[in-house]
Design a protein around this ligand. Structure first.
Ligand code: ADP
Ligand code: MG
Length: 749
């Protein structure tokens, strides 16, 4: 071996550069295909039948015209023509008839491959016109070699990665990869909804089905090979959630036990010390509230308090319809945490909502001696620095804010409870980040001397201590007004505990919802006039135009101008997302105080805003909104005792009628005000993929199984997962690695 000369200068200590990824690797990574098993599980979208040759003379014009056919023929003529535009026109003859192949985009190489005299196979849609047979942009290949023995798979791909290449790569992976079954015998014994193929068989089949396979069984995924994949996928999902739950149970969170009630505490205090203790914080908060908790609120509070008192981190979803009073439940949980000497963080998706929470919680908790810090992106540097100091020192018991709460600079002293409002608005990564905030710092352990408030690493007493802290997790409470239907809860949220507020505070009158054509806009404006004359307040929400924020704005501005012109003397404000924060706050403050009667807004008011005197909600172009969004918007009214209404203004636009899904959404809104029913119908209309879209990272979604049609497999997987984890842990892990690979961490959020 030649000796390598020593470098003249010492070189930097870097790992030897990995070879740069090739274009092929990059394309595969884009598709999320990193390992052989990923490729093996990249199943065809559809198939093409190239196993057969059709004779032109055998095709009846018009029959099956939409299907593509394959012909084998000799090129008799090939030329570039310029009328009506540049195109390659190739005439072929298969001995029974002739056909013209037309290409508007073509390369010189194609031209060469299609030169006169070549024998080719062309596949495409055959059109028979007066001018004879034609194919537009057929797929062509040389007719050398035997016909394929299996249907040709067509995969989803990205630009620059052609089907033949992808097919070759997938086939290579299939040949290399270990496809040994990871289903234990017990999986096959009981409750099997259908006989199962072996994984290896199923995958080979799905990538290369025999030509006589019923295509509709492949298309609708009812084929036994598909059943196997769905079963495998659902099992992986259930295993991973169960594993996450067990892993979390092995973690430690601070025990935030509620001190005994007033009486008990007093006698204790008297026994141990002379100084009388004040009642615990949550009790003082309860006493100070201007209302009684509903029975449902009391029940969920008890469920949360029970979790907080345990040393396993809580992982709970609090669902309750808009206006059901989740905020006060969050405040009571925070009080338990602060009382125990720890910090609580509350994160909300928008600045307006965070601001409102801040206002409310300061009102409730500041008089009880709790410091509340406020963190948001739009904050001035000086204020931000002050707030960060309060958080870091632990002086702030409660920290409220937007995404700013999870930024690197934010260091908690001893975070023990993280609350996420409107959790579906946050991504998985953000939830993970908030939970990560607790392990950054040392927390006070019950019965241990405080390790001080330095950064992690300073003042660590023992290694064991460090380990304990690395494991430390905050309790997590997620709140949502979009309830999760049962099938979804069973699958995607199987590792989550759910508390439900199924009752609205008393004295609310149900909101009456009306569908009104935009042609009757004038009547709606009149109605606003009478409402305002009675001292009521009105929201007018302008449509969401997804492609263009600018259009959104124009629309809101125009409506604002129209209303201002027609309702002279009425104070009408405008709120949109492009306004500077200070201006937004000012407008919101005017509306909240009642000084402003009508608020025209883009969807920025969607979540959480609470103005009890507002009793009319007008939603313009309601047909463009999603169902849960409409329900959330409607929830802004009906918060006081006054009878409230929601007017859904729809416009059929150019089309003479509304689309079916838009119609179904609006109909649902008119028919029910129950958030659970709305969610159930939403799931029906949209399907789980889209329903979960914003909530869960797309990666974690089921690719093959469908919760509606495969609920029998879901039940099977749910029953099997705990048995398999206990009896066959190695096999369970192998199954998980195969199916989840690098996505596993995300499923724990
Ligand atoms: P959401 O669940 O949509 O977040 P909020 O927490 O904003 O609802 O509560 C809606 C309104 O109801 C607030 O004004 C809140 O103070 C009030 N509220 C909450 N609980 C009760 C109750 N038990 N009795 C009366 N009003 C309540
Ligand atoms: Mg809320």
């Amino acid at each position: 071996m030649p000796s390598i000369p020593a470098p003249a200068k010492p070189i930097a200590l870097v790992a030897p550069a990995a070879p740069a990824p090739t274009a092929l690797q990059k394309a595969l990574h884009k598709l999320g295909l990193k390992r052989d098993i990923d490729l093996a599980l990249h199943l065809p979208l559809r198939y093409e039948d190239e196993t057969r040759i059709t004779r032109l003379a055998d095709v009846r014009p018009g029959a099956g015209a939409a299907d593509s056919v394959q012909i084998e023929a000799v090129v008799t003529d090939c030329q570039v023509m310029y009328r009506p535009r540049r195109q390659l026109v190739v005439t072929v003859d298969d001995g029974s008839d002739v056909c013209v192949l037309r290409f508007f985009n073509f390369y010189p190489s194609q031209q060469k491959a299609l030169a006169a005299g070549q024998r080719i196979r062309a596949r495409g849609e055959l059109k028979g016109g007066f001018a004879g047979w034609q194919m537009l942009h057929p797929t062509c290949r040389s007719a050398s070699g035997a016909l394929p023995q299996a249907l040709t798979p067509v995969y989803s791909t990205v630009a620059g990665l052609a089907q033949p290449t992808l097919r070759r790569v997938v086939l290579g992976a299939l040949e290399r990869v270990d496809l040994a079954d990871t289903l234990p015998a017990l999986a096959l014994a009981e409750n099997l909804p259908a006989p199962l193929w072996r994984l290896q068989e199923a995958l080979w089949f799905l990538h290369h089905p025999k030509p006589d396979t019923a295509l509709d069984e492949l298309q609708d995924r009812s084929h036994p090979a598909w059943q196997r994949l769905k079963a495998e996928e659902l099992l992986a999902q259930q295993l991973s959630q169960l594993q996450a739950r067990r892993a979390r149970n092995a973690l430690r969170a601070p025990m935030l036990a509620a001190p005994a009630g007033k009486a008990g505490l007093k006698s204790q205090a008297q026994a141990h010390q002379q100084v009388p203790q004040p009642a615990p914080l949550h009790e003082r908060l309860l006493a100070a509230l201007p209302f009684q908790l509903t029975a449902a609120q009391r029940r969920v509070c008890a469920e949360i308090a029970h979790d907080l008192a345990r040393q396993q981190p809580m992982h709970r979803l609090l669902q309750g319809d808009v206006g059901s009073g989740k905020t006060v439940v969050a405040a009571l949980a925070a009080a338990l945490c602060i009382q125990a000497g720890y910090q609580c963080a509350l994160m909300a998706p928008t600045e307006i909502l965070a601001q409102q929470h801040f206002g409310k919680l300061v009102d409730w908790l500041a008089p009880l001696g709790v410091q509340v810090a406020w963190l948001t992106g739009s904050q001035k540097t000086k204020q931000r620095r002050e707030m960060l100091a309060l958080v870091e020192s632990g002086e702030a018991g409660l920290v409220i804010g937007t995404h700013a709460v999870i930024q690197d600079k934010v260091q908690f002293s001893n975070l023990a409870l993280a609350i996420i409002d409107e959790q579906h608005r946050f991504g998985v990564a953000q939830r993970l980040a908030l939970r990560g905030k607790a392990s950054l710092r040392h927390s006070r352990h019950e019965g241990e001397p405080s390790p001080g408030r330095g950064r992690a690493g300073e003042g660590v007493s023992t290694e064991k201590q460090g380990e304990a802290d690395a494991q430390r997790e905050p309790h997590l409470l997620m709140m949502t007004a979009t309830p999760i239907p049962r099938t979804l809860a069973m699958s995607y949220y199987a590792d989550l505990d759910v508390s439900t507020i199924d009752e609205l505070p008393p004295g609310r009158t149900p909101v009456v919802t009306k569908l009104v054509s935009d042609a009757r806009r004038g009547e709606v404006i009149e109605r606003i006039r009478t409402q305002v004359a009675q001292g009521r307040q009105v929201y007018w929400v302008c449509p969401l135009i997804e492609e263009s924020e600018a259009l959104d704005l124009t629309n809101a501005t125009q409506t604002h101008a129209q209303l201002s012109a027609e309702l002279a003397g009425v104070s009408i404000g405008l709120l949109h997302s492009r306004m500077p924060t200070a201006e937004k706050k000012a407008v919101m403050a005017l509306f909240t105080s009642g000084a402003m009667a009508v608020l025209v807004s883009t969807t920025v008011i969607e979540v959480g805003v609470d103005v009890p005197k507002a009793s009319l909600m007008v939603i313009e172009h309601a047909e463009r909104f999603g169902l849960s969004q409409l329900h959330q918007l409607r929830g802004r009214v009906g918060r006081g005792a006054a009878a409230s209404a929601c007017v859904l203004l729809y416009s059929t636009g150019d089309a003479s009628r509304l689309g079916d899904t838009a119609r179904a959404r609006l109909k649902t809104m008119v028919e029910t005000t129950d958030g659970f029913e709305v969610a159930r119908r939403d799931l029906q209309i949209r399907g789980p993929g889209e329903f979960l879209g914003a909530r869960q990272s797309g990666d974690a979604l089921l690719r093959f199984a469908d919760l509606q049609t495969d609920s029998a497999w879901l039940e099977w997987a749910r029953a099997l997962a705990p048995q398999m984890l206990d009896a066959e842990p190695v096999m369970a892990q192998k199954h998980l690695d195969r199916w989840l690979g690098t996505k596993a961490a995300y499923l724990k959020a």
